[in-house]
Design a protein around this ligand. Sequence first.
Ligand code: ZN
Ligand code: ZN
Length: 355
Amino acid sequence: MFESRIHRLREKIAEEGLDALIVTGRKNREYLSGFTGSAGFLLVTAGGGVLATDFRYEEQAKAQSPHLEVYRYETPRDGLSRLVREKKMGIVGFEAVHTSCWELAEWEEDSPDIAWRPTKGLVESLRICKDEGEIQRIRQAARLTDKGFEHILNYLRPGVQEREVALELEFFLRREGAEGVSFAPIVASGPNSALPHARPGERVLEPGDFVVLDFGVIIDGYCSDLTRTVVIGRASDRHREIYELVRKAQQHALGEVGPGKDALAIDKGVREVFAAQGVAEHFGHGLGHGVGLEIHEAPTLSSRSTDELRAGMVVTIEPGLYFPGWGGVRIEDLVLVTPQGMENLSSSSKDFLVL
Ligand code: ZN
Ligand code: ZN
């Protein structure tokens, strides 16, 4: 598996006219090597691959990445300059998004004969479509996330603080086997629910609140992402109307997901549903994003997207409407693009729930 990923990367390295690529992005490195340590880089050449790390991780690197030569360095700077000299490299690509200006300046100073070439998205473009093993992990993560939502429903009632809800949710998910949460859970109640990325605070849930719950877990390195919105105590007609509109828009978008579809068009379809009701300006973020080793990765579903959906992509569909000072609704599912269309990996209820 790792060999075939590196093989596909080599094709890209050749297309770019490079002798080698230095992979410094941590998740990119993990994707190609299986190595999960916090320090190290990969040097991928036409004929080989070297995983460079320090003393702390040498044994772990050998165990996790038997398909690679493991090289131990004193400092990453020193390791890199020795390796490019030893391997007689001429044109070396680096990941511009994952390299600091300072690091590049050091490399140029140490190895002035090398032509250093910035690259963008080479490994990310391999990660965009998931293989069976990856899908399996994401599916497991989505399943546990659904369990978390079911659990927290019993906990939501007037008088509970947002941060207590977030803590209970995280505790439950960890106890049930998550290796971590994919981001700090969002629990946003009342007026806070109008802030798409509110942080759970001391506010206490009150009757008549919308509560937006947005959270996910990590299983074996892979993330999940789910949002549900419920009402506390009593709901008004407006609560129901806004909720049903977001649900309708989300349902519409789910029906559009499939291989060969333009992400831009799916996003646009949702904006049209909202525009028909005169609320388009209350949906100010993108419709969705890819999910994998990172909670936000390619592709992007937004009004600026140039991505086309392909089988194997795992993306979120998460429209929302936000009314400052009053509240907001977001509904988010995690879906797998399949050769036939799509499979929804999230199964939490989307009924209008008043708790
Ligand atoms: Zn989310
Ligand atoms: Zn999301």
